[in-house]
Design a protein around this ligand. Structure first.
Ligand code: TXA
Ligand code: MG
Length: 328
């Protein structure tokens, strides 16, 4: 008789989290969860990623909710190959060169989105660019090939905590908030990918990581520009005010529209042209935010009035983005 399957190693600490060793069967299961809008933590060579369908505003909003991330920094989208990346973004000669040398591997390239790029605006924080990478591990790429959709994946840890390099870290940090955790042992790199922005005249190092700057400079035959430093490291591009700005002025905490304004509602408001979430759900509101702002940013109106959003949970991130967008 075949031996009984061993009790999962983490049963004692995380009763609800589903953890499976990464293999063909668990990859097939994970791929179908991802395609259905679920969250799957999976190993990459850098850190464990918290993956979701990058095309889905709702799935991406769940990433922010589960991580309790205080802002909507743009996420890295993972694909199985350079060809798959080329369906999302445009490569110039420099990007071709870096991809040919470092992919699969711990390099993320920020490139212009293609006009037909299906990635959610929430995943890219409304930017015209997209960060893409092809992870180094064969099993991670197999998951991406099987799912056959672009996967947005930040590190699989609560915001502000150390990045996870084992499945155990993921369990400890996120527990049952994830639909499935694929256990592939320890991550080889253990440090996030190097992020290089190839949309600037000189490619810009946005985040130091798994590939050394010197190697990239040798490969490109030119020094990289460095992102503006803030107190605690490179400034996250998603935090720049103009990335979220609308053409129309925004008026926050509005109870009703004034003459010429259009109202973007939250909760039960009667005069709203669009509603972030009629039932007052902050995850739903986060998923709708960028798409609603795009739709209402129409010169037919004098301005966009926005209902009050509670300053809690994802509401903080929504308000942070709205305040930046409202600043003139
Ligand atoms: O190693 C990694 O890269 C891990 C594993 C899971 O692959 N992923 C990861 O993802 O660290 P994430 O989403 O946490 O990293 C996002 C980084 C941030 O520094 C963000 O500001 C930058 O990439 N980024 C994303 N999209 C960008 C864009 N369009 N322009 C500039 N920077 C971008
Ligand atoms: Mg992280």
């Amino acid at each position: 008789m075949a031996p009984l399957r061993q009790t999962p190693r983490y049963a004692a600490t995380a009763l609800m989290a589903q953890i499976l060793p990464i293999d063909d069967a668990s990859i097939a299961r994970a791929a179908s969860i991802l395609r259905d809008g679920g969250l799957v933590a999976f190993p990459t060579e850098t850190v464990y990623g918290l993956g979701a369908d990058a095309r889905s505003d709702v799935a991406v909003a769940r990433i922010f909710a589960v991580k309790n991330r205080p802002d909507f920094n743009p996420l890295i989208v993972h694909v199985a190959s350079k060809d798959a990346a080329a369906n999302l973004v445009s490569f110039d000669a420099r990007a071709e060169r870096l991809a040919a040398r470092y992919w699969p591997g711990p390099l993320t390239l920020v490139l212009p989105r293609r006009a037909d790029c299906p990635v959610s605006l929430l995943a890219t924080a409304g930017l015209a660019t997209l960060a893409v990478r092809v992870p180094g591990r064969d099993d991670a790429r197999k998951l991406l090939r099987t799912a056959a959709i672009p996967i947005a994946a930040p590190s699989a840890n609560p915001s502000g905590r150390v990045s996870p390099t084992t499945a155990r870290h993921v369990v400890d940090g996120l527990g049952d908030k994830v639909d499935l955790i694929l256990d592939g042992g320890a991550c080889a790199v253990g440090l996030e990918s190097t992020v290089v922005d190839c949309t600037t005249d000189t490619p810009t190092l946005l985040r130091p990581g798994g590939i050394a700057r010197e190697d990239l400079e040798t490969r490109l035959d030119t020094p990289l520009a460095l992102a503006e430093e803030s107190g605690d490291g490179p400034k996250a591009p998603g935090m720049l005010a103009r990335h979220y700005a609308t053409e129309l002025p925004l008026r926050l905490n509005a109870s009703a529209p004034q003459a010429g304004e259009v109202l973007l509602g939250f909760g039960a408001v009667s005069e709203a042209t669009l509603n972030l979430s009629a039932r007052g759900d902050l995850t739903e509101a986060a998923a709708n935010l960028f798409a609603c702002l795009h739709r209402l940013d129409d010169p037919a109106y004098a301005g966009i009035a926005i209902s009050p959003i509670p300053e809690e949970g994802l509401g903080r991130a929504i308000n942070d983005r709205l305040r930046r967008a409202a600043r003139r």
